[in-house]
Design a protein around this ligand. Structure first.
Ligand code: UT7
Length: 330
């Protein structure tokens, strides 16, 4: 009989070599450790130097995840890279495939900003459930520091760089218990990294656009309100699909954007703080990397154990948001 269930069997993570703490931030913009800590919970963030690439940190995270799953690169059928900041605008998943020597794997990028990892997990699951692929490597990685306006204190203090990865495998019992995904493009202007066209006249009749992407721009207050309202709703829906209740959750694993968002969502869902995974004090908001990075840390610390039920939720630009309920291990 074919295994059409899904198990999440390994995780890994990697960050750049250098970090910048809040004190260091005060040398760049008019801010303070006190403001950043009380408003966000962030104390430091890792930032990629100009010699470090997304492919490097993503590959490092992927190698750890494959080692934990006990699987070789040649056994991987599909590599999905959730990112908004590839080294190559055509996609970086193939660069990672080359770096890993995953010769059998098909590889492509998936962009859903800070929801990318959750969207990626659901995408990976479809290939496994239909019997097309057995072993999928899903990576969430971002180097947002490339696109941050380092003179804008409203955004530059928030973000960090990093990568996290998981291996999803076909399995007899299904460990992906429920999910729900949403998008709302009408709110796109609240958080974006927009291409700004610049007209270049080619002929008398034709001007093409040869512009550039601008910096990350965010209406923090609106995104905050959106997150605190929509995330509890979507977790409830994913739980309903899994035929579970909030009491069944062992860990709440949210996109690590702001400690106040983590606290407010947990409070609305009536989940005690001991069940909330939080590592943003050390990493800041690492976009598509934040959920797998926090997952991997919690697994390696022995917090998340075999059979634990995790409610994960990503939210961010698009706007996009989503939730997956899964059970760790085989
Ligand atoms: O990953 C995608 C998802 N993103 C998010 O979930 C982000 C959601 N939003 C947030 O986390 C919060 O809205 C922020 C952390 C971005 C901002 O916190 P806030 O409590 O909403 O602050 P605010 O934007 O209302 O700003 C309050 C004050 C303003 O000064 P005035 O106008 O009251 O005089 C800001 O200019 O704080 C000022 N401010 C700062 N002061 C010191 C803004 N940034 C800073 C800063 N340091 N870094």
């Amino acid at each position: 009989m074919q295994n059409l269930g899904i198990a999440i069997t390994g995780s890994g993570s990697a960050v750049p070599e250098t970090f910048l703490n809040n004190q260091g931030m005060t040398e760049l913009v008019d801010t303070s450790d006190e403001w950043i800590t009380t408003r966000t919970g962030i104390r430091q963030r890792y930032l990629a130097s100009c010699h470090e690439s997304l492919t490097q940190i993503a590959s490092a995270a992927a190698k750890q995840a494959m080692a934990m799953a006990g699987i070789t690169a040649q056994e991987i059928d599909l590599i999905l890279l959730a990112t908004s900041t590839p080294d190559d605008l055509f996609g970086s998943a193939c660069q990672i495939q080359g770096e890993l020597g995953a010769t059998r794997a098909v590889a492509f990028d998936l962009t859903a900003a800070c929801s990318g990892f959750v969207f990626g997990m659901v995408t990976a699951a479809q290939y496994i459930r239909t019997g097309v692929f057995q072993n999928v490597l899903l990576i969430g990685a971002d180097i947002l520091s490339r696109w941050v306006d380092w003179q804008d204190r409203r955004t530059c203090v928030l973000f960090g760089d990093g990568a996290g990865a998981v291996v999803l495998q076909a399995n007899q019992s299904d460990r992906l218990l429920g999910f729900e995904l949403k998008s709302d493009g009408t709110q796109n202007s609240n958080l974006n990294l927009t291409y700004v066209p610049q007209c270049q006249q080619l002929t008398a009749d034709l001007a093409v656009s040869t512009g550039n992407f601008q910096f990350i721009s965010m209406n923090g207050k609106e995104v905050y309100k959106f997150a605190v309202q929509k995330v509890p709703e979507i977790i409830d829906k994913a739980l309903f699909r899994a035929q579970l209740t909030v009491e069944d959750i062992d860990w709440l694993l949210l996109h690590q954007a702001n400690q106040r968002i983590l606290d407010a969502v947990a409070q609305r869902l009536k989940i005690p703080e001991q069940k909330v995974i939080s590592n943003l004090a050390s990493y800041g908001n690492t976009s598509a990397a934040s959920i797998p990075l926090a997952l991997d840390e919690a697994v390696r610390e022995g917090k998340i154990q075999n059979n634990h039920i995790i409610a994960a939720s990503g939210f961010g630009a698009g706007l996009t948001w989503g939730s997956v309920i899964f059970q760790w291990g085989k």
